[in-house]
Design a protein. Sequence first.
Length: 206
Amino acid sequence: MKYVLATANPGKIKELGKILSEMGVEFLTRRDLGINIEIEETGSTFLENATLKADAIAAASGMPAIADDSGLIVDSLGGEPGLFSSSYGGEELTDNQRCFYLLGKMSNMEHRCAKFVCTIVCSFPDGKHITATGECHGEIMTEPNGSDGFGFDPVFLPDGKDRTMAELTIDDKNKISHRGIALREFSALLKAHNETSPSHGFSPSR
């Protein structure tokens, strides 16, 4: 059985799609299915928002839907931008402008520890769910570096690395990223789920 990605974010589709394809998961996008609905993210956690998105797309498509909700959590900003990472500083800002907005708020801060968090939810039409979460710890740089990735990648330096997320190749990023970690856990859970529910017809590749 094929799955549908609940996100419409091109950057997320690229990362999710690459990792899922390598795991043997066949998927379609919302665009493939002509699904163009707005999903209000009213949850108070990444899990709640991911579930809202997965449930809505599963209902609209009649297929299992995979959604993620993710964000950047900065210690010295009390957890900001958190759930509001994609709209931090204003809906009208570009990713680059959002990075500079964050750097402006942290201009006089020495403590720059942060983490990316991603929660994956797969919602099945029968109401069942599979969830997984991944985290990537690091720190916020004082200026952006790199042109790959999206969101806050240019200002995030992962622990143990000398390059920002935006300077890493997509393969190197996926090995350590919050999304990569969450998807690897998700793949194992999905395999276990489908071994007890063979009608779903999917076994992730090893």
